[in-house]
Design a protein around this ligand. Sequence first.
Ligand SMILES: C[S@@+](CC[C@H](N)C(=O)[O-])C[C@H]1O[C@@H](n2cnc3c(N)ncnc32)[C@H](O)[C@@H]1O
Length: 217
Amino acid sequence: MMAQSRSSKKWLNRQNKDPYVREAKAFGYRSRAAFKLIEIQEKYQIVKPGMRVLELGAAPGSWTELLVEWVGENGQIFAVDLLEMAPIHGVTTRQDDIESDACFAWYHEIASNGIDLVVSDMAPNMCGHQRTDQLRSSRLVEVAYDISQNYLSEGGFFLAKSFNGVGFNEMLKALRSTFKRVKVIKPDASRRESGEIYFLGIDKKPQDTVKGESLHE
Ligand SMILES: C[S@@+](CC[C@H](N)C(=O)[O-])C[C@H]1O[C@@H](n2cnc3c(N)ncnc32)[C@H](O)[C@@H]1O
């Protein structure tokens, strides 16, 4: 058997001790990430029956399975990820980079019938160098925000994972210019040491009142 590296041993140890990992297995969720969305939904009720949802960074799909159940048969989920995802009944999936031109054409097409919610649980491939990881992750949030600015319908919601640090204040300011209410959430299911938080934008302002806050002044 191949020797385990110290970091993979540490990871395995943490997985074995993590109650959310055990619960996820017990409930049949594809990932422990499910519990973060459940907590956010219980508190803020962002997902409603009939909604059309664009999900960025969806694999392996534990959020997608919840979303499709919550929007019901009159709703629609569009889920994209770099990685292949096992199909989920009633979900339109796409294997692509969220920044590709083809993907932007896809957002445009979906938005022609409205998008009520954009969610992003995207995380970059972490290299372990804190500053690089933060920059990569803040880039993903910026793109998700940009997509919500361009394609989310008036009155819509935006939920995106971010990491405390690089670009936090700029993002908060930008979100406040676009949404009537903004929350910063740290779910209990989110690992303390991760520095991960979620931005929630509630009720997108009418397009003509949005100042088009630039993230790069
Ligand atoms: C933490 S996982 C999402 C877990 C998911 N919410 C769940 O409950 O199963 C983050 C995902 O973001 C995806 N991702 C990162 N960068 C991406 C990009 N540029 N385009 C598409 N997906 C991306 C990764 O491939 C990964 O599957």
